[in-house]
Design a protein around this ligand. Structure first.
Ligand SMILES: Cc1cc2nc3c(=O)[nH]c(=O)nc-3n(C[C@H](O)[C@H](O)[C@H](O)COP(=O)(O)OP(=O)(O)OC[C@H]3O[C@@H](n4cnc5c(N)ncnc54)[C@H](O)[C@@H]3O)c2cc1C
Length: 480
């Protein structure tokens, strides 16, 4: 018989995974497997192979499309914080966020809520107030080319203006995220969301679990007049039933916070450049430093310096603490150590949010804070809007003072700095430097992408020269 290639229409993910798993273990054709699976309950198979035998990779064979609407940017970051994740989020570079409102954490007291509102309102008022002068200044600087229609020109200029005014958007601003993930990732994601330190994110975990246990929205088949009605099956009932909060992660991060507070007395964080390609360390030092970096506000270099002077016993104590209490959960992501190219980046939250989307690297972000200060795009001064910007940023920081870190984080504006480690292989440095330095990119991450190439050049000049990155001074503001 000649070889055949058979594409299958989408089907419920647990069924798809069951059919493909059965296909790999029986002489049947895929058609026979599908017929068999259609007539049999998948539940027993899942209970036995996935949960009892621990064949987790079976769940990679079924995929689900899930959308999250009107969640805060902070929650969206947690949703996207999965290594094997495909998706898109609403763009703060191309969409107007002026009148969307913001997430108000219900755990705030009345007095705290009033303060929080004052901070958030000041930021959104600034977003609306800053846009016209910034847009005007951009039009002066970059007049419309004769061959560009006004509509396209207006959209391009607006996008560049959003690049600037988004600096005042707080992490409380609502957004939408659409994802396509395997149900293996979905189960882990539910566990991570349920264990996050934010009630909104935990609630999202419950909602995701409920969505997995219910039949999915089947609008597409209903829209097709001739399509047969699809069976109203739950999306992934067995996984939804078993999904649990990842207690191991929750506990381990709490213990690490304690260890960091007690053992890592580093004083004021040392000044750090935008991008620091940190020295290589032995694996144990790198792992311990990374675990503590995740719960700290200090530069990696400072933490690794201290950890490398600790006794081996003390380092092993941290490793034991971070390994303890694990059942079938994966190790904390900070154990994904052993990279030779580690960039410690201190950049604006908005630009980091864009870089967060790169998955072929290990990212370790520190908690959001007002402590690192904020960036000021030069265009604000050119547009005569810098004072209004600074005022809104100061009002937000003052409003956040005294709030618990988990609620203050919502008020952190995109212009404030966040510290994040990017552990990469050379191919990813090449990819990110080339892609993110391009003229269509945001000026903030363009600079980071360029600095990554430069930092690499100091250590591996030949490899850095081979990266076709675009210098930040090459601009084309009317291209998107
Ligand atoms: C100008 C611009 C505008 C954008 N606008 C938006 C927007 O509006 N909304 C939005 O949500 N995003 C937006 N993005 C982000 C974009 O959609 C991507 O998410 C982001 O650029 C990461 O791209 P990537 O998937 O190619 O890179 P990476 O995730 O870094 O992947 C690099 C390569 O590795 C592969 N890979 C990924 N993960 C793994 C893995 N675990 N193991 C091995 N290989 C892997 C990928 O398939 C790819 O080939 C924008 C990006 C740019 C540059």
């Amino acid at each position: 018989m000649p070889p055949r290639v058979i594409a299958l229409a989408p089907m419920p993910p647990e069924k798809a995974a069951y059919a493909l798993a059965r296909y790999s273990r029986s002489p049947d054709s895929i058609e026979s497997s599908l017929r068999w699976v259609f007539d049999h309950s998948a539940e027993k198979f899942w209970e036995q192979f996935y949960f009892d035998y621990g064949h987790a990779s079976i769940a990679d064979l079924g995929h689900a499309v899930v959308c999250f609407e009107d969640i805060s940017e902070l929650a969206a970051i947690h949703v996207e914080d999965e290594r094997l994740w495909d998706g898109q989020a609403k763009s703060s570079r191309y969409q107007d966020f002026a009148r969307l409102g913001y997430h108000l954490p219900p755990e705030l007291s009345a007095e705290e809520a009033a303060r929080y509102r004052a901070g958030a309102n000041a930021l959104f008022a600034a977003y609306r107030e800053l846009f016209p002068p910034v847009e005007r200044r951009l039009r002066e600087k970059h007049p419309r080319p004769a061959d560009m229609k006004e509509g396209l020109y207006a959209r391009n200029v607006a996008a560049r203006a959003f690049d600037v005014v988004r600096y005042v958007l707080p992490l409380a601003v609502p957004t939408n995220v659409g994802q396509v993930v395997s149900i293996r990732t979905l189960e882990k994601q539910i566990g991570h969301l349920l264990a996050a330190p934010y009630p909104e994110v935990q609630d999202l975990g419950e909602r995701l679990k409920a969505a997995a246990a219910a039949p999915p929205l089947d609008l597409w088949n209903r829209l097709g007049a001739s399509a047969a009605p699809a069976p109203r099956e739950p999306l992934a009932a067995t996984l939804a039933r078993h999904a649990r909060a990842n207690e191991y992660w929750r506990r381990a991060y709490r213990v690490l916070e304690q260890i960091g507070a007690e053992e890592l007395r580093l004083g004021t964080p040392e000044p750090a450049p935008l991008v620091d390609l940190v020295p290589e360390q032995p694996l144990e030092v790198e792992t311990v430093a990374t675990l503590l970096y995740r719960v700290s506000h200090h530069p990696y270099r400072q933490i690794a310096g201290a950890v490398s002077e600790w006794s081996e016993a003390k380092r092993r104590g941290v490793l034991e603490a971070a390994l303890g209490g694990r059942e079938r959960e994966e190790l904390l992501p900070e154990f994904q150590s052993g990279y030779r190219l580690i960039f410690d980046v201190l950049m604006d939250v908005g630009g980091w949010r864009d870089l967060h989307r790169h998955r072929r690297c290990q990212q370790v972000r520190q908690p959001f804070t007002f402590a690192h200060g904020y960036d000021t795009p030069p265009l604000l001064a050119e547009a005569g809007a810098e004072a209004a910007y600074r005022n809104a940023m100061d009002v937000a920081a003052a409003a956040a003072r005294g709030l618990a870190p988990a609620t203050a984080a919502y008020l952190v504006p995109f212009g404030h700095r966040v510290r994040c480690l990017f552990k990469m292989d050379y191919a990813e440095v090449e990819y990110v430097s080339r892609l993110r330095s391009g003229v269509k990119g945001h000026f903030s991450y363009r600079q980071v992408a360029w600095e990554m190439k430069r930092a690499l050049g100091a250590r591996h000049p030949f490899l850095a020269e081979r990266i076709e990155a675009t210098p930040p001074w090459v601009e084309d503001s009317l291209r998107r």
